[in-house]
Design a protein around this ligand. Structure first.
Ligand code: ATP
Ligand code: LTN
Length: 336
């Protein structure tokens, strides 16, 4: 299929430098499934990362680590574009134009802005945090993405992006596709091993509830063996057994076996025996990711070449969109 007939998938993530099982089963693995029959762009949004206080050297390090992790998870650079947002001219330029169409009140009402700016430990709140969703809309519209796979928490931002695409099209003329959001099914929600009523999250204060993709096997085993369960004995995914249900969900995701089959296969086992099975399966699932990561992390030349290829293709698309947008906005063409 040529670029013209394939649908464009775009999603971006902040350069946190680490991913946990929830991110992998609920997001990244789903992105990998798009590679063969879509034109895929995956952005590492370093410009978004500076909307809250940060340390420059850490940002640089975690940007490399993040791209290495994505490649290790199966985002093959031969099949998709992995790029750093700051490498592509157009994201902030388009954000400015979209920002001029975006009512201030709509930004002030965004849940993420309210949460992040009102947190007790928020400290300095820069205007970049308010403008964050506009930059995000630009990330998407710059590539004329058809589908944007994100988590539930980003739905409101995608709604704003759709509003801005429509407002631009109505103000000037038909320019942008209005992108669709793709949110993973509920089943993909992995919960904390320590508090199964909450999602597995890197901001969970109890870190033993969160399994990172780069955790060594003994740490993975320890975390899974000490997962919170219940006083019963049945290995069933029942609402009153959130701990066991979560472990069944993790085992299903790690092995590709439906939960019902797993319930039947492990009926009669003790919780300890069952947890050992889950630990083995997760360790086996992480092994190739960790192996690939250790081969490429630190290979700056290789990672730079991935960034370069990603940026070159992304830039070609971005320039096309930006030229069109500038023309419609009434800017005088740049003299050649
Ligand atoms: P936070 O620490 O802010 O909670 P996080 O690491 O849990 O962050 P995000 O960066 O918010 O996750 O999300 C990245 C992607 O991973 C999103 O698409 C989100 O839906 C998905 N995701 C995050 N946590 C889970 C989870 N526990 N189960 C399934 N999917 C998840
Ligand atoms: N806000 C998103 C990251 C993000 C994004 C995007 C996702 C920035 N730009 C464009 C999809 C499309 C987050 O924090 N997960």
């Amino acid at each position: 299929m040529s670029e013209g007939t394939k649908k464009t998938i775009l999603t971006c993530a902040q350069p946190t430098g680490q991913l946990h099982l929830g991110n992998y089963f609920g997001a990244v693995r789903n992105w990998v499934s798009f590679l063969d029959d879509h034109e895929c762009f995956f952005g590492i949004v370093d410009q978004h990362a500076i909307t809250t206080p940060y340390v420059p050297a850490e940002l640089r390090r975690s940007t490399y680590r993040t791209v290495a992790l994505y490649i290790a998870c199966g985002l093959d650079p031969a099949k998709c574009r992995l790029f750093a947002q700051s490498h592509v001219i157009g994201h902030t330029e388009l954000a400015w134009i979209l920002g001029c169409l975006c009512p201030l009140g709509q930004l002030e009402r965004m849940t993420q802005f309210k949460e992040k700016s009102q947190r007790e430990d928020a400290g300095f709140v820069g205007s970049g945090l308010l403008f964050y969703p506009v930059l995000m809309a630009a990330d998407i519209l710059l590539y004329n993405a058809d589908i944007v796979p994100v988590g539930e928490d980003q739905k409101q931002h995608i709604e704003l992006c759709r509003d801005l695409a429509i407002r631009f099209n109505n103000t000037y003329s038909e320019t942008f596709k209005v992108p669709d959001v793709s949110i993973p099914r509920d089943g993909a929600r992995i919960r904390s091993l320590q508090s199964p009523d909450k999602k597995m999250s890197k901001s969970d204060p109890n870190q033993s509830g969160c399994v990172y993709l780069l955790d060594p096997p003994d740490r993975v085993r320890k975390k899974i063996m000490s997962a919170v369960t219940d006083s019963g004995r049945e290995i069933r995914a029942l609402p009153e057994k959130p701990g066991i249900a979560n472990l069944l969900g993790i085992l299903a995701a790690a092995t590709g076996t439906p939960v019902a089959e797993l319930e039947a296969a492990h009926a009669g086992k003790s919780y300890g025996e069952f947890k050992a099975v889950v630990a083995d399966a997760v360790i086996a699932c992480l092994e190739p990711i960790q192996k690939r990561f250790s081969e490429i992390d630190g290979d700056k030349a290789y990672l730079d070449s991935v960034f370069k290829e990603g940026a070159d293709t992304a830039q070609a698309r971005a320039y096309k969109t930006l030229a069109k947008v500038y023309r419609k906005a009434g800017f005088v063409p740049r003299p050649r």
